[in-house]
Design a binder for this molecule. Structure first.
Ligand SMILES: [Zn+2]
Length: 380
């Protein structure tokens, strides 16, 4: 068991109901209890993917809540945060409440909605962030676009100045956007999270901001940790993604950023499309089912406790949601994985989106079980 928050890294048994009941070295099953043997595997707090596009409402031909959240379970994720750039976008109370209704009926894992910062993510008119946060939005982002109007953004942060919610910057063009958002982060005193960091320069700016004590965090995707412009050439039109695949030196810098703690979270930016749309240039990849293997392939030397933190405790902290640790009384959200090579086969995807740079790749780590609230929801 590896639980960095609880400083656990060793052989343990864990007894659960819907919450963690007991952790010990040699627990005995009691009458009526069911036992699962995870010998040789690693038991970790449930993984959280904080950047996912579930495509509903509005685009069920790309992904449905059922398929997206089932893909999450297959990928080892007990929870995902979904982005607001749906049709309609999640930019008012009615849209958020309707989404929460859909999720409660159809989601297979936990889903935390992220709401828009501005109406229709147009970067101009702020949403009612206070009402959205009260109704269950865990963070705010104009995903797909960078919020251009600084005044609208400043107004938005002011509306929730006393609430512990993060703003997620979809920083494109990367360096200019990060520079502006760091200034706002300083002025607003809100926590600021940078989505899918992709360049060495962007990473340097974040390091500098962190050194000054700004409350900033960042995530990196599997494709930005493993693919370059050269991989993009091989893939053709299907390689389109925002931000684009970068230089070899960026990939190296991002890996270093993970190792030295400058990057806090792994996030897939799961962005499913149909193959016709992909070949027409729609940006994004299907990421949930390959993410864990890809992170391990990119960073084979990363300590297991750091690997687990980037997938559990850190995203939980950034989103200010439960989970991220398996201490007594916490929800029994558990991911079990094993270091064992496996080959990616998109024909076996449960996500409706099958475009990924990793079809056929051999990854060194695979998820073998995903448990949500004490219930085994996926078993390889
Ligand atoms: Zn996104």
């Amino acid at each position: 068991m590896v639980d960095p928050v609880a400083s656990v890294d060793g052989l343990r048994d864990v007894r659960v109901t819907d919450v963690v009941v007991e952790i010990g070295e040699h627990l005995e099953a009691m009458p009526g209890e069911e036992m699962s043997d995870a010998t040789g595997a690693i038991v970790a707090p449930g993984f959280i993917d904080m950047h996912v596009h579930l495509r509903e409402p509005g685009e069920p031909h790309k992904e449905r809540i059922e398929t997206g959240t089932e893909a999450a379970l297959h990928g080892g994720f007990t929870a995902v945060a979904c982005m607001p750039n749906t049709r309609p976008p999640i930019d008012d109370l009615a849209a958020l409440e309707s989404l929460l209704g859909l999720l409660s009926r159809r989601a297979r894992c936990r889903v935390y909605p992220i709401a828009a910062i501005t109406r229709a993510c147009n970067g101009e008119e702020p949403c009612d962030l206070r009402a959205l946060a009260r109704a269950g939005a865990v963070a705010f982002s104009d995903d797909g676009r960078w919020t251009r109007d600084s005044r609208a953004l400043a107004e938005a942060t002011h509306a929730v100045r006393d609430l512990d919610v993060a703003f997620i910057s979809h920083c494109e063009p990367e360096e200019a956007a990060i520079a502006r958002d760091l200034l706002l982060a300083q002025a607003s005193e809100k926590r600021w999270h940078f989505a899918h960091l992709s360049t060495r320069e962007g990473l340097e700016m974040l390091r500098a901001a962190r050194a000054q004590g700004l409350p900033v965090s960042a995530e990196v995707t599997p494709h930005h940790l493993l693919c370059t412009q050269e991989s993009a050439l091989e893939m053709g039109a299907a390689s389109r993604v925002n931000p684009p695949l970068r230089r070899e030196e960026d990939v190296r810098a991002l890996r270093e950023g993970v190792r030295d703690g400058s990057i806090d979270a792994f996030a897939s930016d799961h962005a499913p499309h149909t193959l016709v749309e992909k070949n027409g240039g729609a940006p994004g990849f299907s990421g949930l089912e390959v993410a864990v293997g890809a992170y391990a392939a990119a960073l084979p030397d990363l300590a297991l406790s750091r690997f687990v933190s980037l997938l559990s405790a850190n995203p939980a902290r950034i989103l200010n949601v439960e989970g991220g640790t398996l201490q007594r009384g916490c929800p029994a959200d558990i991911t079990i994985f094993r270091d064992e090579p496996w080959r990616v086969d998109t024909r076996a995807f449960v996500s409706q989106g099958t475009c990924t740079p990793f079809d056929g790749a051999i990854f060194p780590r695979r998820v073998i079980a995903t448990i949500v609230g004490g219930e085994m929801r996926y078993r390889a």
